[in-house]
Design a protein around this ligand. Sequence first.
Ligand SMILES: NC(=O)c1ccc[n+]([C@@H]2O[C@H](COP(=O)([O-])OP(=O)(O)OC[C@H]3O[C@@H](n4cnc5c(N)ncnc54)[C@H](OP(=O)(O)O)[C@@H]3O)[C@@H](O)[C@H]2O)c1
Length: 329
Amino acid sequence: MSKILVVFGATGIQGGSVVKAILADPVLSRDFKIKAVTRDPSKDSAKALAQQGVEVVKADLDSKDSLRDALKNAHTVFLVTDFFGLLRNPNPTLMGEGKNLMDVAKEREILHGKNAADVAKEMEVQHLIFSSYAYISKVSKGKYVNVRQVDSKGEVEEYIRGIGVPATFLHGGTYMSNFFRGVGLSFQKKPDGTYKLPLPAPANASRFPLIKPTDTGNYVKAIIKHREQLLGERFFAASGYYTAQEIVDEFAEIKGKEVEYSEITQDEFISTLPPFLQQQMLETFLIMADPDVGLFPGYPDLKPFHEMLDEQPISWKKYVATDATYKDF
Ligand SMILES: NC(=O)c1ccc[n+]([C@@H]2O[C@H](COP(=O)([O-])OP(=O)(O)OC[C@H]3O[C@@H](n4cnc5c(N)ncnc54)[C@H](OP(=O)(O)O)[C@@H]3O)[C@@H](O)[C@H]2O)c1
């Protein structure tokens, strides 16, 4: 009989790619029956999942009762929590007077992760795959305390380990799509059609572990296939570490356009961002320019992780050349 795989975030990027990868795998699609979680089964992305034969279940990480229904008889769970959801749908009842939106988002993401972990423990889930990150404020010994969207996941990882749920922690790199947003960590298009990448560090100082966001499913497949070996472990998911200079050079090569790396001051960097995001985005970049920290602290060798994959991950160059994100940028 098939085991049940519950996928959170199935209507989104990470969870959606997990559903896609499992359905396309001849072995895992037979071994697992997918339950896709959404807060709203009537939305188009949820209906599209149902049309592919996936069972769509309604649950909310805010409600442990709804999670109990979703995780009933589950063998494996892919859990992604959504730090930035609160920015897309601000909830005035969560915003006490004087509270920083980013602090509320952090508290909420931690609560969501802990709710899912508690219910996974209660329902005796055999393998929780949590989309995590390092606990940067601890790793950096207090040097960077504002990378909230990363620390929140680090805190949940600690909690999952503490309560003893059998788990693997997927540490995904920086989304390759981030460089196209136009603000913060992003290329800017100049009026003459050329580009520049303005960042507050020398071009060769930063090292970004880059991931094509929809490669997440391939990494999760490997984690499921190597469950015994990876219980309690971190799985670092990126196609490689890239300096900003390499990111610029390969982008220029594929686009056939001039791309300038411009080293700017920290004040100039934050001036393009809304105040509540400034320090958080600055430190999100600075950790990648700090050899003692990094998004993947210690910069682990990625080769052993690539060796577990069925398909090799998409490189930055291939992404720029083939992904729709950058086609018209
Ligand atoms: N490494 C990077 O560069 C990078 C970049 C962007 C994001 N991220 C991280 O990725 C995470 C988001 O993943 P994503 O990119 O896959 O997000 P996404 O595409 O925006 O999808 C978010 C998913 O979360 C689900 N969700 C949100 N709130 C929920 C709740 N209360 N209960 C149940 N499900 C809920 C949504 O489902 P429904 O709406 O259908 O309920 C949706 O499927 C964030 O925490 C962020 O920190 C990382």
